[in-house]
Design a protein around this ligand. Structure first.
Ligand SMILES: [Zn+2]
Length: 229
């Protein structure tokens, strides 16, 4: 799925047709992954800036080249204002969030599982874009990509304390809507409603996507990739 088309950015979220689960974060992408991205994005991406995702709330500022990621700590969100520096995260149920500021020419990607959502990683990514690039929230466009939705995201009682306003009770079971929590963070940060695209796709009940909840250890990972042109 491509987003922000016609602007000077490539923003892409893959589906199940290619697995982007890396074994080595410092290695180049596999040839078959590069070929796939060439076809989908018309872009050759030998390396991406990414680290091990740890369900935290650190936001890294990417600089120089994608290979500079090798010296960086583990983190779940990356921002840059540099052209030709591809940023990427992987998901299989967690919420991939894409940020694009066409005015300051800056981008960000964030991986928000329930822990990152609870730690407000979306809000913190926007704060970072404000502080580092001078971005204004009203200029930033955001995508909430495919992730597990409340139709499938059954959780335990302890989630009432983490997401008191995003819990749904159905037939004596609890479900949580973490996309909604992220959406609220975006509004709180000053993002305009009309600049938020929520795909609303559930990875767990849509067989086109990888889902950890559905496939457990057999699940691959989708890539969310952004590159400023
Ligand atoms: Zn579902």
């Amino acid at each position: 799925m491509r987003f922000f088309e016609g602007q000077d950015v490539v923003a892409f979220i893959s589906d199940k047709s290619m697995d982007f689960q890396p074994t080595d974060f410092d290695a180049p992408l596999l040839l078959k992954q590069r070929e796939y991205l060439k076809k989908e994005c018309s872009l050759d991406v030998p390396f991406v800036f990414w680290r091990k995702q740890v369900h935290g709330d650190d936001v890294l500022v990417a600089k120089d080249s994608p290979r500079s990621a090798s010296g960086c700590p583990d983190a779940d969100a990356y921002v840059t204002c540099q052209s030709n520096l591809p940023l990427a995260i992987r998901t299989a149920d967690c919420v991939p969030i894409l940020f694009f500021d066409p005015v300051k020419h800056a981008i960000g990607v964030a991986h928000a599982g329930w822990k990152g959502t609870h730690k407000e990683i979306a809000l913190k990514t926007i704060e970072r874009m404000k502080n580092v690039f001078g971005s204004k929230p009203e200029d930033i466009q955001v995508v909430l990509g495919p992730s597990i939705q409340p139709c499938c995201y059954q959780v335990g009682e302890e989630f009432r304390q983490y997401f008191p306003n995003e819990i749904i009770e159905r037939a004596g079971k609890l479900y949580v809507d973490i996309t909604k929590s992220n959406y609220k963070q975006l509004l709180k940060a000053g993002i305009k409603k009309e600049n938020i695209k929520n795909t609303g796709i559930c990875t767990c009940c849509n067989p086109k996507y990888f889902s950890f909840r559905r496939d457990a250890e057999k699940s691959g990972r989708m890539i969310s990739l952004m590159v400023l042109l």
